[in-house]
Design a binder for this molecule. Structure first.
Ligand SMILES: [Zn+2]
Ligand SMILES: [Zn+2]
Ligand SMILES: [Zn+2]
Length: 223
């Protein structure tokens, strides 16, 4: 009786197990198409998320199409080290070191154009990954340092005449000469404040001064 029950259970369970696996493969392919759509709409991080989920559904496996999309999405999403790592996985597939898990519904092989795109990217990915890996900490890889503008107008002692990150500096109003209370109806030009604001000449109104990072000599990479 126990044996018969096991046989029945096996008959019931086994087909279901393989059926689930198969549906996971279909779902993985769905995620792949979703990733492709996201990539084409320039939603690279969403594309990556779908790629991760597709791989999970393939039991952690991958195939040429998924790798292609993973590499392009990571690169376009500025995740260069990830792009480099996934490029290595792609070559493991090509070299037979890793067995691809194909989608069950047929997907055409990568086109020559797609392979060309990938080949052209190799060098750029390596360079960008190196930059990401060796990013200068002081300027966060930008090669530039930003600080609040320190411009001070010659009349700074009289009013708030300094930019100090505001992008504007005050000058003494040239209608009331900074003494609007002496005019009967106040001053129209400075709204009776005595001060007129002008765009800061030192930072051109941005309020920030940008200089070359001295830690990396503007290269953005650790010296
Ligand atoms: Zn005035
Ligand atoms: Zn300024
Ligand atoms: Zn730097």
């Amino acid at each position: 009786m126990g044996k018969l029950l096991s046989v029945i259970l096996l008959m019931v369970i086994v087909p279901q197990v393989s059926c689930y696996a198969q549906s996971d493969n279909y779902r993985a392919q769905g995620k792949y198409y979703a990733a492709k759509e996201q990539y084409e709409s320039a939603n690279y991080l969403a594309a990556l998320q779908n790629v991760y989920e597709a791989k999970q559904l393939l039991g952690g496996g991958t195939n040429y199409h998924l790798q292609y999309l993973h590499i392009l999405s990571a690169y376009a999403g500025k995740k260069y080290i990830e792009a480099q790592q996934e490029l290595a996985v792609y070559f493991d597939l090509v070299d037979g070191k890793l067995k691809p898990i194909f989608f069950q519904r047929s997907v055409e092989a990568l086109t020559n154009d797609e392979v060309t795109v990938l080949t052209k990217l190799i060098d750029q990915i390596d360079k960008a990954a190196y930059r990401e890996d060796n990013k200068c900490a002081k300027c966060n890889g930008t090669g530039e340092l930003k600080k609040a503008c320190d411009f001070e107008s010659p009349d700074a002692n009289k009013y708030r005449m300094s930019c100090f990150g505001n992008g504007k500096y005050g000058t003494v109003c040239n209608v009331c000469y900074g003494t609007p209370y002496k005019k009967s109806n106040g001053c129209y030009q400075c709204n009776s404040t005595g001060t007129v604001y002008r765009t800061c000449p030192k930072c051109s109104g941005s309020g920030r001064l940008i200089s070359k990072c001295d830690a990396c000599d503007g290269k953005g990479v650790k010296p």
